[in-house]
Design a protein around this ligand. Structure first.
Ligand code: V07
Length: 264
């Protein structure tokens, strides 16, 4: 009897979610969603588990949310998986984290292919351990022809580092006579960033109650809508994502399609 009730309840929830997805799809969806996946350590602590258990659970959330974002019709999902600052964490935790891309891809690459998802990465790949680099490179190559959701992992990524690298490349191009100072424009700077082939994020989500950017996409987030939630990343689910999308759409509606900065 209890089982039946729970199942019924499950079904009610999924019908409700479906309806919300269908309604969201009738309006302008955010093309690009970027997420700072925070709260994995806190999730583990609450359960008296080691921090790495939280990271592992967070990886399952990545799978769930990627699949759902693709189903909803989001074009690009950027996930902040490892920052340039994260190297300061205990060695054992860093080593565990550096195994996650491999584990994720070993388990889920076939289903990413099935779902037509394209894996990309932004960040300094050179400084990653060889085994991590190999797994990510293989996934990027294998999925390069897929034309569904772009799943863009920020891995060993830091926005200031990205800007420093871009400025160096611009300086070099000027020094070598390929470019003049007057050629430096916003568009041109874009083309030197790690996001050069992507549109700018329309919606930024940060979980776990922190309200900071933590060196994430500082240039690209100039006009992005921000949505913060107290939910810890391992607890983040389809309903949370649809709520973020609905909030985004409500704000868009309030502008009447005209972005504030365009009315100034
Ligand atoms: C990581 C799980 C999610 C919460 C945040 C920290 C821990 C998936 C990946 C990944 C990265 C590249 C790739 C495929 C999967 C990942 C790290 C940490 C370092 F090609 N989750 N996840 N990478 N966490």
């Amino acid at each position: 009897m209890l089982k039946k009730l729970i199942r019924k309840n499950d079904k009610a929830i999924s019908i409700y979610l479906n309806e919300r997805v269908e309604n969201a799809q009738k309006e302008q969806l955010p093309d690009h969603i970027a997420i700072i996946m925070d709260g994995n350590g806190r999730w583990a602590k609450k359960r008296a588990l080691p921090r790495v258990a939280g990271h592992h659970e967070g990886m399952q959330t990545v799978r769930k949310i990627t699949r759902f974002a693709n189903e909803v019709g989001i074009k690009t999902l950027t996930l902040y998986a490892f920052s340039t600052e994260n190297w300061k964490r205990p060695k054992i935790e860093v080593e565990f984290l550096m195994r996650l891309p491999e584990e994720f891809l070993n388990s889920y690459l076939p289903e990413l292919m099935e779902q037509n998802i394209q894996v990309r990465m932004m960040g300094n790949i050179e400084l990653l351990p060889e085994h991590t680099k190999k797994a990510v490179t293989k996934a990027m190559e294998q999925t390069a022809e897929n034309n569904g959701l772009i799943l863009n992992f920020a891995l060993n990524y830091g926005s200031r580092d990205e800007i420093v690298q871009a400025v160096k490349k611009i300086a070099l191009d000027i020094q070598e006579g390929n470019m003049e100072i007057n050629d430096i424009t916003e568009n041109n700077i874009n083309s030197y960033l790690m996001t050069k082939d992507l549109c700018e994020p329309d919606l930024l989500i940060r979980t776990s109650g922190e309200v900071r950017l933590s060196n994430f996409m500082l240039w690209q987030l100039a006009y992005t809508e921000f949505w913060f939630t107290d939910t810890l990343w391992p607890d983040f689910d389809q309903e949370c994502l649809i709520e973020a999308i609905e909030t985004f759409q409500k704000r868009n509606r309030r502008y009447g399609g005209i972005k504030e900065e365009e009315t100034n």
